[in-house]
Write a protein that binds this ligand. Structure first.
Ligand SMILES: Cc1cc2nc3c(=O)[nH]c(=O)nc-3n(C[C@H](O)[C@H](O)[C@H](O)COP(=O)(O)O)c2cc1C
Length: 352
């Protein structure tokens, strides 16, 4: 193996290659994580959309199939977050990933238990703050990336963060799919790369075939950022639903958010009071208004229509722009092996 593939990332997380399979709601299930970690990457289970019971069952499933290390992704405001943290600690999960950080108490608890903290940041100014709050590894997602995303392109963000010399491994994320990307990220000074869309577009992801077909058809210029789903910039494939959301009035979005938020509560086990309390807590601790936060209740139901129920035109398909460059659905083992072979060739080509 090329020595460039042994980096502070592989040393910290215990994976074979400096490749992270990121958390994607309803996509990064035990099925995808098991496949990606067996292939030699480091995978994160998307537990931010799971109850503690479901999270525990998924962790057990992964552990029943492989003893390779993996991580769990959480959302600071999800219900029963303390229980999920306890489960991660009890089952000896290797790392925790998150966007907006959980409380200092939680970070201290997981770090004491030996888990690595792996936040994703989308703006350079968040990097030093995340490290001060306990980050062991920083995933820097540029604007090309899927799901919630920032305004800085991947390579510019990476340069901004690497130049701060924060003393933790820095991972390139947003727009990656192949070995050229990994070689470029490593030579640029990153310690690895993280990918969402590429792993979702694999035969191992649980995403319904009809929905995967829409990703295969997508065009790099038609995967815009919209704030209409949950009030925050989120990249998704342009379709009928996104067009309709873009045309909706604020009141229409709010009413839809309230309705869907109530449906979502039955999945997460939240009562109406807890739903409102969670929304209020989020609104106070974020830059979002309460109205925006309630709109966020809309997102899970609409996303699930495409990503779980297989009705892509009625739902939203979160996606990186890189989907427009992908036209196949290989297994995770094939993806990782192609990446490593290609990265090795790229690195050797430069050396020659
Ligand atoms: C279908 C999909 C669902 C996602 N869901 C989540 C999520 O639940 N939580 C999260 O932190 N990031 C989520 N993301 C973002 C990814 O974890 C990752 O940061 C992003 O996809 C990286 O960019 P790339 O798609 O260009 O590789 C999602 C992305 C996609 C494509």
């Amino acid at each position: 193996m090329h020595k460039a593939f042994s980096t502070p990332l592989t040393q910290a997380l215990g994976c074979d290659y400096p490749i992270i399979q990121t958390a994607m709601g309803w996509v990064s299930t035990s099925q995808l994580v098991t496949a990606s970690i067996k292939a030699g990457a480091f995978g994160f289970l998307a537990a931010a959309v799971m109850t503690p019971k479901a999270c525990e069952a998924e962790i057990k499933l992964i552990k029943s199939k492989t003893d390779k290390p993996f991580g769990v992704n959480i959302h600071a405001f999800q219900n029963d977050i303390d229980r999920i943290i306890d489960i991660c600690i009890d089952y000896d999960v290797a790392a925790l990933s998150y966007g907006r950080g959980p409380s200092p108490k939680i970070i201290e608890k997981v770090k004491t238990a030996g888990l690595k903290c792996v936040p994703t940041i989308g703006a350079s100014r968040h990097a030093s703050k995340a490290v001060k709050m306990g980050a062991d590894i920083l995933v820097c997602q540029g604007q090309e990336g899927g799901g919630h995303t920032g305004a800085t392109p991947t390579w510019l963000l990476l340069a901004q963060v690497i130049d701060q010399n924060l003393g933790v491994p820095v991972i390139a994320c947003g727009g990656f799919k192949d070995g050229r990307g990994l070689a470029a990220a490593l030579t640029f000074g990153a310690d690895g790369m993280a990918m969402g869309t590429r792993f979702m577009m694999s035969s191992d992801s649980p995403t319904p075939e009809l929905t995967k077909a829409e990703y295969l058809k997508s065009d790099v210029t038609k995967i815009p950022v919209s704030t209409k789903l949950d009030g925050l910039p989120q990249r998704m494939i342009l379709n009928e639903t996104v067009n309709a959301l873009e045309k909706s009035s604020k009141l229409g979005l709010l009413m839809r958010g309230l309705q869907n938020g109530m449906k979502y509560k039955s999945q997460t086990g939240l009562s109406i009071a807890q739903t409102l309390k969670t929304a209020w807590g989020m609104a106070r601790q974020t830059d979002m208004s309460l109205a925006q936060t309630l709109m966020a209740g809309n997102a899970p139901m609409i996303i699930q229509k495409a990503m779980v129920e297989g009705r892509p035109s009625e739902g939203v398909l979160p996606s990186g722009q890189v989907a427009g460059l992908i036209d196949d659905l290989p297994s995770c083992a094939q993806i990782v092996s192609m990446i490593i072979t290609e990265a090795e060739a790229s690195l050797n080509r430069v050396r020659a």
